[in-house]
Design a protein. Structure first.
Length: 490
């Protein structure tokens, strides 16, 4: 053996064979991994699986009581315009930098939203962002680009045409030429679907939304009677691992002021039929393969639409990031049988080689989907004036009593210990001293039971929601500060 061979061998990445060795690897992980966000919500519970995993959050939902959550103590009031601004603020914060520096190692940083400024800050600090680049993610985030890539991969969207429309007459002509009819859905390329998806069936509808549509390329779709499901996946070097499917909660006035606005997810065995599930998994894997050709790797979320009249399955939207459904994805039966989906993402950014059988994992997770029931509800303030919060519910576990009252049981670090539908976990966002206003995120409620049926929210869901709201006490303000709702979780 030559003198150079031992050195070469020492530099070779560690190789892991199968899920058992991967679990051991993360239990002994020495690389510091951080999740930055307004709250710790999206990846809450991953610290159970990954040693040296820490949450850096602007809002401390536990008031210092969570051992893996760090939040700077000195935070002047700032009117943030986006989640990216909050993450950039945290990265620049001296307390955060001192905390990370004292722990040593080269930090690996994950977050839901970031931008080119985030990349510059991390480069200056020597932090590694363990996500695809901002430029690539922004390009793929376009609903127009998603449609085109899906078409190329054989994962087709609802019948549509991509066009610029400058008038009602143009819209009708374009739709007629594509055979879409006159009951239409129009989407702009970027933005939350609850705010940039427009239902247009008349000239009056057009007049209400024309300002947001004219002058840009849009996706004009036939309106279908559909069931929407959401799923997360991870594009790995061995293929695309597909998580469990869940339905969306959208537009409930008790939870959001936005018509069509996302306000939670319901995971249950019948979210998709066996036939639809197989086709949907195929769509996600096809799209994952196409994303790989663009240089993408790691976590992404996909919305799948099932036409209830024709039984067709269609590709909906792509969110090329950790998303608002990660919370449920990482606590399902598949996660506990193998590893949480996010750990497959981490593997792509660790200095390690590994071998897994993606097809067997997907088959096993598809079978385990028959046993899972989870729901999360995102509670926004539906309306009203700006108020100051005097008292707010604690983060932790609550239980419904026989008379329907919601009682606090104990402080909890996450929702993993929930065992039945009579208990829920509430993660508070805004604390006493903060402000409540239209569109503000109050918190996230997670339960082991269903909170939605075809008829709408269940009675139990309404008791949970009303119980949490009753614990907020606010006061009016003579001169309220400027406030702006920020997408904290999705």
């Amino acid at each position: 053996m030559s003198e150079s061979q031992p050195a070469a061998l020492a530099l070779a990445p560690r190789s892991l064979n199968g899920l058992s060795e991967i679990r051991d690897f993360f239990r002994e992980n020495s690389s510091p991994v951080y999740f930055f966000g307004p709250t710790a919500f999206n990846l809450l519970g991953i610290d159970r699986w990954v040693r040296n995993f820490t949450y850096v959050a602007y809002f401390d939902s536990w008031d210092g009581g969570h051992p893996r959550v760090f939040s700077p103590r000195h935070k002047p009031y700032v009117k943030f315009g986006s989640s990216e601004e909050i993450n950039n603020y945290l990265l620049r914060d001296p307390e955060v930098q001192a905390f990370i520096g004292a722990r040593g190692g080269r930090p690996k940083v994950a977050m839901v939203f970031f931008d080119s400024e985030t990349e510059r800050i991390c480069a200056e600090l020597g932090y590694e962002i363990i996500l695809p680049s901002d430029a690539l993610r922004r390009r793929l985030d376009s609903k127009i680009v998603t449609t085109l890539l899906g078409n190329e991969a054989g994962a087709l969207s609802v019948p549509n045409v991509l066009a610029e429309v400058d008038s009602w007459d143009t819209l009708i002509r374009v739709a007629a030429d594509a055979g879409l009819g006159t009951d239409l859905v129009v989407q702009t390329a970027y933005g939350d679907s609850g705010k940039t998806t427009f239902f247009v069936a008349s000239q009056l509808d057009w007049a209400a939304h024309a300002g947001a549509i004219v002058g840009r390329q849009v996706k004009v779709m036939k309106r279908i009677n559909n069931r929407a499901t959401a799923v997360e996946a991870v594009l790995t070097r061995h293929g695309t691992v597909v998580g469990p499917f869940m339905t969306d909660l959208t537009g409930y006035p008790e939870l959001t002021p936005y018509r069509g606005g996302w306000c939670g997810n319901d995971l249950f065995p019948e979210a998709l039929s066996d036939v639809h599930r197989v086709k949907a998994i195929d769509f996600v894997q096809r799209l994952g393969g196409r994303l790989g050709q663009e240089g993408y790797k790691g976590f992404f979320e996909v919305d799948i639409l099932v036409d209830l009249d024709t039984d067709e399955v269609y590709l909906g939207e792509l969110n090329p990031r950790i998303s608002g459904v990660s919370s449920i994805t990482n606590v399902t039966a598949g996660a506990y049988a193998d590893i949480p989906l996010f750990l497959f993402h981490l593997l792509e950014y660790m200095d390690v080689d590994y071998t897994v059988d993606v097809e067997k994992i997907n088959e096993r997770w598809r079978a385990l989907a028959a046993h899972d029931i989870w729901t999360q509800v995102i509670m926004k303030e539906p309306g009203g004036s700006v108020q100051r919060i005097i008292s707010a519910p604690r983060t932790g576990t609550y239980r419904l009593s026989h008379d329907g009252q919601l009682n606090f049981l104990r402080g909890s670090h996450d929702w993993h210990p929930l065992s039945n539908a009579d208990e829920c976990f509430f993660l508070r966002v805004y604390a006493p001293g903060d402000y409540i206003f239209k569109g503000a995120d109050l918190g996230i409620l997670v339960s082991k039971g269903r909170m939605q049926t075809d008829a709408g929210l269940t009675d139990q869901a309404r008791r949970y929601i009303n119980g949490i709201r009753s614990l907020y006490v606010t006061e009016p303000i003579e001169q309220p500060p400027a406030v702006m709702p920020v997408a904290y979780v999705k």
